[in-house]
Design a protein around this ligand. Structure first.
Ligand SMILES: Nc1ncnc2c1ncn2[C@@H]1O[C@H](COP(=O)(O)OP(=O)(O)OP(=O)(O)O)[C@@H](O)[C@H]1O
Ligand SMILES: [Mg+2]
Length: 857
């Protein structure tokens, strides 16, 4: 996006006395429609690292929506630099009142027409039964017309609980009837009846995720047939919140009739749940034990346009399963018009493409504004925009998209600081504001805070409070956060990139796609009209942004996926019917890792170990380490370490207490390695009887620790299923050595060696120069370290590091550390020295263990 280079201050006048707001909007829409003035910019703002540095210059968010207003009104005087711009043609398709009216007209016609037919064909007694006792009376699986669904919805009793409908149900039902999807219920049900696979596209907020699964439930009647309807979501937070919403809409308890399933949390009841929202990854895992998806009557792959790895693989699997199971229906929904690709892909029975259902329109309009010039510092510009909205716009909460935890926490602090300042200056003019962060590693309970109501005004007749949710792209799709009126979209997100050559998967801040931008804008306008402020120019949006996100399968490490596919019986990974096939090198890398780990034999067949590994909801390295740990008599501890590595960061580092936090961490640190430190922290937490105060005093995230305990219990159950013993050595010294050896059994390919000449670390075989992350607790700079994460920022860091010995590498992973084939260099020479010391003769790679990757293990 944009040109490279620093911001040009052309047209910007900064006046530091005005604080963050250099300019203000003097005109209200009614007075001067289409005029929008921007908040101004500090002239010294520097470009940030990463792709943001390719974004230039500052100001002026200009409206492009029809009417281009209302412009923000504010009390501060307008600055000279303010840019006034006539409205441009709309670029964001809005659902105008007319098409909504059309939809409603259709809806009432449909209601009347069908209602008449139904009431003609049903006797008064039958209608009474439907209304008062049995709303699903006489319905036949997949032959349910929309009119009968509507009668059931209007019934006095709940068809699933037999309890009277609550007032909340009736209120929500009235809102649901206004959704564009509702108007197309008959069309959908007819299409669903006639076809096995349907592709569906609709605008954001039209009701795809919440309504379509319910229509299907009324048609499939899964509860009467011991089946379920599944709806996949790319993200956990969406799966949980949509399930909650739909449970409310159906007037049932979450976890009973409607539930959700995400990794390490199953909120369903096997006896009663008939509608299940789940992450796509969970459905993929289930497929390994149930390759025909036999528990489901219909599967909805929602948000397919996101092209997550799991959804892509599910599409490939389901394409075959629908051929085997004519009773299984599949609905693929996408928010964009990239449907033709899916339609053609799913031409399964005949060679005709799968039919497409289009759901035009949305409930409320969203106006879109672009900046006049590219922004040099998107975080800075985003914060200014939030403050501008808070000061100048009408009531409504804000959703700001940033790229990662650190950036988000930092922005939350700064916004809070600025707002406190504004309130001090103008207590009567500015209301309170709370910032709520949201990112994937935040514990679930904290994530739920995004749904809390905004603060009220501090005193009567003072401006109301506002909530600002500052989120990564996990809030980009599916979510409805009630009360969000404004979306601020800087146009960046962290995206996964995989380099198969050096086997490094990293997250890079990159420009989003047009589809993502539309999803972001769609988070506004869901419960009332909204505005989206894009911190990039319209020209950049049109010319520079890709149409769709690059499929994740093309930019990921595929080790997990390949193991799952092999477990699913897919032998020929090259011929698998991918929507987009991954690079052969990436598949090769995955096969190679799995072979070294002993999960696949030399012919690519799944070994018993590999089969067991696939059953653990863990990366193959972690699974391997856990499975072999009893042989090193430390499975109890490895189980804890694995659980701790599967939860969000446990360390808290409040910026105003960095020194205290680091001192507390030092007290818990085991110098031999960060993994042992994690073990120590967990053990101390248990010994201190889950005490929140103990966690707090030690700057530890108690919720993450509680989550680790939960994960540990679940993994323990998996271990018991496979009769993997829980063993501990009593000799701590020996135990610590064995634990680190177990780490080597899983992660021998993630080792770095400190070069004597440069003093810097280089990863083995891949020769990447890396440094120990500042968070590492090791004493000094051990010569050999094993690491869990490769962190790519301005420099390459390795994080979660433990010291290891070269002889362990030779012994426990002899195939990988076979000196005959090991690339020449300082690392090889160091290994050779270790081999000579250990064996007395140069190691020929045959002295130690026999098995690949496993050595003696
Ligand atoms: N938790 C909620 N609170 C209030 N209204 C809600 C909630 N969830 C959904 N809605 C309403 O239902 C509408 C449809 O939501 P739904 O998630 O089904 O839309 P969608 O078409 O799947 O959108 P997207 O493309 O953004 O995923 C929303 O626009 C909103 O009006
Ligand atoms: Mg949705």
């Amino acid at each position: 996006m944009g040109k490279k280079g620093k911001k040009s201050a052309k047209g910007v006048q900064s006046d530091s006395s005005m604080g963050p707001y250099q300019a203000d909007a003097p005109a209200h829409a009614q007075d001067r429609p289409g005029v929008y003035l921007h908040p101004g910019l500090v002239a010294s703002a520097q470009p940030r690292a990463g792709p943001s540095s390719s974004v230039q210059v500052e100001p002026g968010i200009m409206p492009t929506g029809p009417g281009a207003g209302p412009a923000p009104s504010a009390k501060a005087k307008p600055a000279k630099a303010a840019k006034i711009k006539a409205p441009r043609p709309p670029t964001y398709v809005q659902q105008g009142p007319e098409s909504l009216a059309d939809s409603l007209a259709k809806l009432s016609l449909g209601d009347k027409g069908k209602g008449r037919r139904i009431s003609e064909s049903l006797s008064a007694a039958e209608l009474d039964i439907i209304k008062t006792k049995e709303p699903l009376y006489g319905l036949v699986h997949r032959k349910v017309p929309g009119s009968r669904v509507r009668l059931a919805l209007e019934s006095d009793v709940n068809p699933f609980t037999r309890k009277p409908h609550t007032a909340q149900y009736k209120q929500i039902l009235e809102a649901r009837k206004k959704l564009p999807v509702y108007a197309q219920m008959d069309e959908f049900l007819d299409m669903f009846k006639e076809n096995q696979v349907i592709v569906m596209v609709g605008e954001t907020g039209s009701g795809k995720t919440t309504q379509i699964p319910q229509f299907i439930a009324f048609s499939d009647l899964p509860h009467t047939r011991g089946k379920m309807v599944a709806c996949t979501q790319p993200r956990r937070v969406a799966a949980m919140s949509v399930a909650k919403r739909v449970a409310d809409e159906l007037d049932v308890q979450l976890g009973r009739h409607v539930g959700y399933s995400i990794r390490f949390e199953d909120m369903t009841d096997p006896a009663t749940t008939f509608l299940k929202y789940m992450t796509d990854g969970m459905l993929l895992r289930e497929a390994m034990n149930d390759p025909n998806f036999s528990r489901y009557s219909t599967i909805i792959l929602d948000e397919a346009h996101e092209r997550t790895l799991a959804t892509d693989i599910l599409m490939g699997l389901l394409k075959n399963v629908v051929k085997r199971r004519p009773d299984l229906k599949l609905v693929v929904t996408s928010a964009t018009l990239d449907a033709v690709k899916f339609q053609n892909y799913f031409s399964v029975r005949s060679n005709r493409p799968a039919p497409l259902l289009k759901i035009p329109g949305r409930l409320h309009p969203v106006e879109v504004f672009y900046t006049r010039e590219p922004e040099p510092d998107y975080v800075e510009a985003a914060m200014r925009t939030v403050l501008m909205i808070h000061r100048a716009e009408g009531p409504g909460d804000i959703l700001l998209f940033l790229t990662g935890e650190e950036e988000i926490e930092d922005a939350c602090r700064k916004i809070k600081f600025e707002v406190d300042d504004l309130i001090k200056q103008d207590p009567g003019g500015v209301g309170p504001l709370v910032c709520v962060p949201l990112y994937s590693t935040l514990p679930t309970t904290l994530q739920q805070k995004i749904f809390d109501p905004p603060p009220g005004s501090t005193r009567p007749n003072r401006p109301p409070g506002r909530k600002v949710v500052v989120s990564t792209n996990i809030a980009e799709t599916s979510l409805t956060i009630d009360g969000i009126v404004y979306v601020v979209d800087p146009g960046f997100s962290k995206q996964k990139v995989y380099n198969p050559r050096i086997r490094v998967e990293s997250l890079l801040v990159s420009p989003i796609s047009k589809a993502s931008a539309q999803q972001r804008a769609g988070r506004a306008g869901r419960t009332r009209p909204g505005k989206c402020f894009r911190l990039y120019t319209e020209k950049d949006f049109v010319r520079e942004l890709e149409e769709y996100a690059h499929p994740e399968i093309l930019r990921s490490n595929l080790a997990n996926t390949v193991l799952e596919l092999v477990k699913l019986g897919i032998r020929d990974l090259v011929k698998f019917d991918y929507v987009d096939a991954p690079a052969p090198e990436t598949v090769m890398r995955a096969l190679e890792l799995l072979n070294y780990l002993g999960a696949l034999d030399d012919d690519g067949n799944l070994t018993p170990l590999g089969s067991m590994m696939a059953d653990f909801p863990l990366d193959p390295q972690l699974a391997k380490m856990l499975i072999v740990s009893p042989e090193l008599k430390c499975s109890n501890e490895i189980l804890t370490i694995t659980a701790m590595m599967s939860v969000p960061n446990v360390w808290l580092r409040p910026p105003n207490r960095l020194r205290e936090a680091d001192a507390a961490k030092a007290m818990l640190t085991i110098p031999d390695g960060d993994h042992l430190t994690l073990l120590n922290v967990y053990d101390e937490y248990i010994q201190n009887r889950w005490d929140k105060n103990w966690a707090w005093n030690n700057y530890l995230n108690q919720r993450a620790l509680a989550q680790a305990e939960n994960v540990r219990k679940q993994l323990q159950r998996s271990m018991e299923r496979f009769e993997i013993e829980s063993i501990s050595l009593t000799d701590t010294k020996k135990l610590y050595v064995n634990i680190r050896q177990a780490l080597v059994v899983g992660f021998f390919m993630q080792v770095a060696h400190r070069e004597a000449e440069s003093g810097g670390y280089v990863t083995v075989k891949d020769n990447q120069a890396v440094a120990l992350h500042p968070s590492c607790g090791s004493e000094g700079q051990p010569e050999w370290v094993l690491f869990n994460e490769f962190v790519l920022t301005a420099r390459s860091y390795i994080r979660t590091v433990s010291e290891v010995k070269p002889e362990w590498l030779l012994e426990l992973a002899p195939m990988y550390y076979d000196l005959k084939t090991f690339p020449d260099g300082e690392t090889k020479r160091a290994l050779q020295r270790a081999a000579n010391k250990k064996y007395g003769t140069p190691n020929d790679g045959k002295r130690s263990g026999k098995r690949k990757g496993g050595g003696k293990i």
